[in-house]
Write a protein that binds this ligand. Structure first.
Ligand SMILES: Cc1ncc(COP(=O)(O)O)c(C=O)c1O
Length: 443
């Protein structure tokens, strides 16, 4: 870059900062008028400048920004290999598909069983179904909303090969039990960490327990790239299988700007594959029936800036969650707030509220009251996934009656705790909840 180019860039970044301050900086909150969002993008001019910088370079497809993000994210998680993808759903799809790759000696085969829970996000379960594997559904615990580990033994069969867990709403699953169960029965473990980036169990980061973990960078999550996701694994064969599946199924695993690392082949024109002419360009040899699930380098540039903010975001999420919990405790006879394991450090995605049994409060009535007052609410994702139209006729196994999953589907919802909410938003939420109970003659 010439001196002129650099000084032009400097001028552009200065203008971006000014633009951010004029048009994006925190807007005034007007109680009752402004929306209290359940989630949202939290950023400043640094994300905007990083993205513009990537646009000015005009590389566009995955390159330097991706390499930097993957390096920083791997360091943060303490996991060796990161693969950036275009969504958390894509990360889930690749996680399961890579376990079927013949690059793995003990790969999964069609018809093998994968234990998961029925209270789930759709694309976590879809990934199992789309790969011709059989999901085996167990119930969740009412207090943590997470997979009920006491049902794992009943779910086990000769065909069980993997467990796919979700750390629901940022609350860590019982990793002690799950890790020892998967070890004892030689199962693969996939962790869906899309809602729980930064959470820990026994001091260890979520996503570092399993063979593979997945992340989403949709704006609702702990950091964002607009759209985006990642897959993390310590297993080099899984990483290479996922890389190939992400990139059209191609054989070559040399990465951008990398020469000898990760055993890059560095041998584009000197390889021999069965049925192919000698020296056929390795970049045009396909070893998987793949996809194209790549994001843009511009997204990675944003992710790099967001990752720097993650520790602050996590602190703010925890503070907001604890504030609501303390302020709403008075209504615990009617409403249930989630519990966590002693060893768990949640990275709260949201503040779940469940109407208690025999309470005369109706979830729909309460939820709609909050929405009418401009407090956004959301459901616990798909609820009981088997009740969703697309999943009625899937091949699956169900353990027990899923009564907690159904209870949550009928009685729970959530509101936000994301870092875009300050005390003014939280005080407003608390006041509106108090008003609701006051109107019912409960104070
Ligand atoms: C638990 C969970 N898994 C997977 C996903 C899918 O992520 P994406 O929206 O990036 O596809 C989500 C999305 O919110 C999620 O909450």
């Amino acid at each position: 870059m010439t001196g002129k180019g650099n000084s032009l860039k400097k001028e552009i970044f200065k203008k971006i900062k000014r633009y951010y301050e004029l048009y994006h900086k925190k807007k005034e909150f007007i109680p009752g008028k402004s929306k209290v969002h359940y989630a949202g993008r939290v950023y400043d001019s640094r994300e905007m400048a990083a993205m513009v910088n990537a646009v000015l370079d005009f590389w566009l497809t995955l390159g330097k920004e991706n390499a930097d993000f993957e390096r920083d994210f791997a360091k943060y998680l303490g996991v060796r290999n990161i693969l950036l993808v275009n969504s958390g759903s894509s990360a889930n799809l690749l996680a399961v598909a890579s376990l079927k790759s013949d690059m793995l000696k003990n790969r999964l085969k069609a018809g093998d069983e994968v234990i998961t829970c029925a209270l789930n996000f759709p694309s976590t379960v879809s990934a199992i179904v789309q790969n011709n594997l059989i999901p085996v559904f167990v119930d969740v615990e009412l207090d943590t909303y997470n997979i009920d580990v006491s049902q794992l033994k009943r779910a086990l069969s000769k065909k069980t090969r993997a467990i796919f867990i979700t750390h629901t709403m940022g609350n860590p699953c019982n990793m002690e039990k799950i890790a020892s169960f998967t070890k004892e029965h030689k199962l693969f473990l996939i962790e869906d960490v899309c809602d729980a980036l930064g959470g820990k169990f026994s001091g260890r980061k979520l996503g570092s327990f399993g063979d593979i973990s997945t992340y989403s960078f949709y704006p609702a999550h702990h950091i964002t790239m607009g759209e985006g996701g990642a897959l993390a694994t310590n297993n080099l064969s899984i990483y290479r299988a996922a890389l190939s599946l992400r990139d059209w199924g191609r054989a070559c695993f040399c990465r951008y700007n990398e020469k000898k690392t990760l055993g890059a082949c560095n041998n584009r024109f000197g390889l021999k594959f069965k049925n192919l002419p000698f020296g056929y360009d390795h970049k045009y040899i396909y070893t998987h029936i793949g996809y194209n699930l790549k994001p843009l380098d511009i997204q990675a540039a944003m992710g790099k800036e967001q990752l720097k903010k993650l520790p602050r975001f996590l602190r703010q999420r925890a503070q907001n969650f604890n504030f609501l919990l303390k302020a709403l405790r008075d209504y615990e006879s009617y409403l249930f707030f989630p519990d966590k394991y002693k060893n768990a450090e949640p990275a709260w995605f949201c503040f779940p509220i469940m109407v208690k049994k025999n309470s005369f409060i109706k979830r729909n009535d309460f939820q709609q009251y909050l929405e009418r007052n401009n407090i956004e609410t959301r459901m616990i994702f798909a609820g009981n996934i088997l009740r969703q139209p697309a999943f009625h006729n899937i091949r699956c196994k169900v353990i027990g009656n899923l009564k907690n999953t159904d209870y949550i589907m009928n009685n729970a919802f959530f509101i936000g705790v994301y870092p875009g909410l300050g005390r003014e938003h939280l005080n407003y939420i608390v006041k509106k909840v108090k008003d609701y109970f006051k109107a019912l003659n409960i104070s």
